[in-house]
Design a protein around this ligand. Structure first.
Ligand SMILES: [Zn+2]
Ligand SMILES: [Zn+2]
Length: 319
């Protein structure tokens, strides 16, 4: 339970023996949301003892192989692990995701004993919010890549402050639904007197905002989308010396990624989607150095397969 982020993989292009492809799992009070699912994601989930059966939604950024080819394995396994899934699996992604999954399920005659709900994103036509419940919502934001690609914004809703029972008694507010109305942030009328929620509730707690941004080239509009986010997990595919290649392939350098989060005043930043050419820890440390040089006041770190971040009051703590 709680609000945790598990780094499932951190690489780009192909899985390495010690680095799976970029993928992140957000756990929110028992609801699990998986972002990207490249080849080998099921292995990394298993290593981290995360049950694919409990995944509620899979959000795919784009239809490049390193972000999607693990999907079929997970779809198949969900029918093969003893207990039957009760809830449908929601799969979101840019146009083509439904055809990709359905065609493969049909061609491979995959046995499936649960329902899949597809949430295909047509940029500017699909509602920005692709998932919402009482405590959280997920929005998409368009990125700049060689094919249609979206980033995902996981937004925890503000939590109402503590209900002051003593004060409620004092004001003669009867127990029951009327108190719930106040808790929901609405005014009530008692004996001809309006009572505002602020009179009864303590200070509300601001929800945390997390973004998953990969793959993308540098573009200014992104800054606004992740303004003041608590945590942004953003691609840092290349070192600064390969800026030309990054621009051509529509990827970010460490410095470019840091520049975006700096302008957006992001509090914590995790770098992800490292080029396969950086096999040594030292190479990744250099990426981090370049990012920190660009945004010295920001809290920037390298994500790592198996890393877990747990939500605290205003930030995430790396475990
Ligand atoms: Zn990629
Ligand atoms: Zn890509």
């Amino acid at each position: 339970m709680g609000f945790n982020i598990n780094i499932i993989g951190t690489g780009g292009t192909r899985p390495l023996h010690n680095r799976y492809l970029s993928s992140v799992l957000i756990e929110y009070n028992g609801d699990n949301f998986l972002f990207d699912c490249g080849e080998g994601t099921q292995m990394s989930l298993r290593k981290q003892k995360i049950s694919w059966q409990k995944i509620k939604m899979i959000c795919i950024t784009h239809l490049h192989a390193d972000h999607i080819t693990g999907l079929l394995g997970i779809i198949m396994l969900m029918s093969q692990s003893g207990e039957t899934r009760k809830d449908p699996l929601i799969i979101a992604g840019p146009v083509g995701i439904k055809n990709y999954a359905k065609t493969n399920i049909d061609m491979l005659k995959i046995y499936k004993n649960y329902e899949i709900i597809y949430k295909e994103i047509i940029i500017d036509k699909t509602e920005k919010i692709i998932y919402e419940d009482k405590t959280k919502k997920i929005e998409y934001t368009r990125l700049k890549h060689s094919i249609e690609c979206v980033g995902y914004l996981f937004i925890e809703k503000d939590k109402p402050g503590k209900f002051n029972t003593e004060k409620a008694e004092e004001l003669n507010i009867p127990k029951g639904p009327i108190r719930k109305t106040l808790q929901d942030g609405k005014e009530i009328l008692i004996n001809g007197k309006i009572i505002k929620p602020s009179e009864i509730l303590g200070k509300s707690k601001k929800g945390l905002k997390v973004a998953y941004i990969t793959d993308t080239g540098y573009f200014k509009e992104l800054i606004q989308q992740i303004k003041n986010f608590n945590l942004v997990i953003i691609e840092s595919t290349f070192k600064n010396e390969l800026k030309k290649e990054a621009d051509k392939k529509l990827h970010l350098t460490a410095g470019g990624a840091a520049n975006i989060v700096k302008q957006a005043k992001v509090l914590q930043t995790g770098l992800i989607h490292f080029s396969e050419r950086y096999t040594l820890r030292k190479d990744l440390e250099n990426l981090l150095k370049e990012a920190k040089l660009e945004y010295p006041d920001g809290e920037i770190f390298l994500t790592k397969d198996g890393m877990r971040l747990e939500a605290s009051k205003n930030n995430f703590i790396i475990k």
